[in-house]
Design a binder for this molecule. Structure first.
Ligand SMILES: [Zn+2]
Ligand SMILES: [Zn+2]
Length: 243
């Protein structure tokens, strides 16, 4: 079910699923009923109410959904989400980089997830997400980078590598077979560091393409999506938690 999980303080838990949790995406041609059943099982394992986990309609953009907005559609079109109210958040990947962020707000933790694929990373999805966290008064930001395709595996055409490296030099890499590639997790670490965010530990970072327990679009387009997750296990402020 969980590839990696950790209590990160402030009553917040960060996790990344593996294929044991099954495909969690509705857009990969999988049976919708089966996906919903797996999402319920995941919510059960997380200990959050059924139907409370926010999934996004991800489009490799830079929009950040406000999970605390009562007018938010059930499945917002966005590649990141932020919450100051402890809404359980999910971001789905299969080679792209799942990033979970947690900051210290004035009234408890402020949390976020982001889907950092090549396009989103270059276009600033991490910058937009950090901006939204800081807009909610969060400081002492920390990030956890989950499993994604590594620089040794993510082969791209030379022109695409050039375009990408021009924007973020840290993504320059070479495959293990000697062709141009991109190191997206290195790019994410570079962007987060530039934004003053502490990248916490390895967070189970591993190559999705090389590890059969993880979903990889490159290895197997039918392997579905794993998820990066953040949720609260306890009310941040007991005085406010018991209504
Ligand atoms: Zn992606
Ligand atoms: Zn790899």
């Amino acid at each position: 079910m969980f590839w990696w999980q950790e209590d990160v303080g402030q009553g917040v838990r960060v996790a990344f699923t593996d294929r044991g949790a099954g495909n969690l995406a509705l857009h990969t041609g999988d049976d919708a009923g089966a996906v919903r059943t797996r999402r319920r099982a995941l919510e059960g394992a997380m200990g959050v109410p059924a139907g409370s986990l926010l999934f996004l309609d991800q489009v490799h953009g830079t929009a950040v959904a406000d999970a605390d907005d009562p007018a938010l559609p059930p499945v917002p079109t966005a590649d990141a989400a932020v919450s100051a109210d402890g809404a359980p958040l999910a971001v789905m990947v299969a080679d792209c980089v799942p990033v979970v962020l947690v900051g210290r707000g004035q009234h408890g933790p402020v949390t976020a997830v982001a889907h950092a694929g090549r396009r989103g990373l270059l276009d600033g999805v991490l910058e937009r997400t950090v901006e939204q966290l800081r807009d909610r008064g969060a400081d002492a930001l920390a990030a956890w980078i989950g499993p994604s395709i590594c620089g040794g595996c993510y082969e791209v055409p030379a022109a695409m590598q050039e375009e990408s490296v021009r924007r973020i030099p840290a993504v320059a890499a070479t495959t293990t077979w000697g062709t141009p590639s991109l190191d997206l997790p290195a790019g994410a670490r570079d962007r987060l560091a530039a934004l003053g965010v502490t990248v916490a530990g390895p967070a189970g970072a591993s190559c999705t393409r090389e590890n059969e327990r993880l979903s990889s679009h490159r290895r197997d387009p039918g392997s579905g999506r794993i998820a990066g997750l953040v949720w609260r296990t306890a009310p941040a402020d007991p005085a406010q938690g018991a209504a």
